[in-house]
Design a protein around this ligand. Structure first.
Ligand code: SF4
Length: 137
């Protein structure tokens, strides 16, 4: 069951560096699209990272051809891709870089895509539960 971890305000959770832990981590790549489904995908990446179930990394850096990020994707224990809709932008970024995808989800199959950035935490948790179950996190 997914639950928020309380942390005191003003104490940021410092994450392990992606390039140091890639072999041992499920790496999450989100599309971060400018619609409800893209923003929910982003928040799922944040939630699962803060729960230590996976580590969100920089999808745009892979699209930009950043060598360290391409290397992280290549060495990752499992690449988890969260696309907002059927355009599958994050998946295409990784496919174009010849990266193996271990699991992917299209959020619009579970929630109608709407041109808004206002999202509901209940939707984030509901779809995060699906990701955890299906990706075996
Ligand atoms: S997958 Fe859909 S929501 Fe995500 S960036 Fe592409 S068009 Fe936008």
């Amino acid at each position: 069951m997914i639950s928020d971890k309380e942390k005191p305000e003003g104490t940021p959770k410092i994450l392990p560096l992606c390039y140091k832990v890639a072999e041992h981590e499920n790496i999450i790549w989100v599309c971060d699209g400018a619609a409800n489904v893209g923003q929910i995908g982003h928040q799922i990446g944040v939630l699962l990272t803060n729960m230590d179930k996976a580590r969100m990394c920089c999808t745009t850096a892979v699209a930009a051809g950043s060598k360290p990020h391409l290397d992280i994707a290549a060495r990752s224990k499992k690449n988890i891709v969260i696309d907002g809709c059927g355009n599958r932008c994050a998946s295409k970024v990784l496919e174009n870089a010849a990266v193996k995808i271990g699991y992917s989800i299209d959020i619009s199959k579970y929630l109608q895509k709407v041109p808004t950035l206002d999202i509901y935490q209940a939707d984030v948790k509901r779809i995060a539960e699906i990701v955890v179950k299906e990706a075996h996190l």
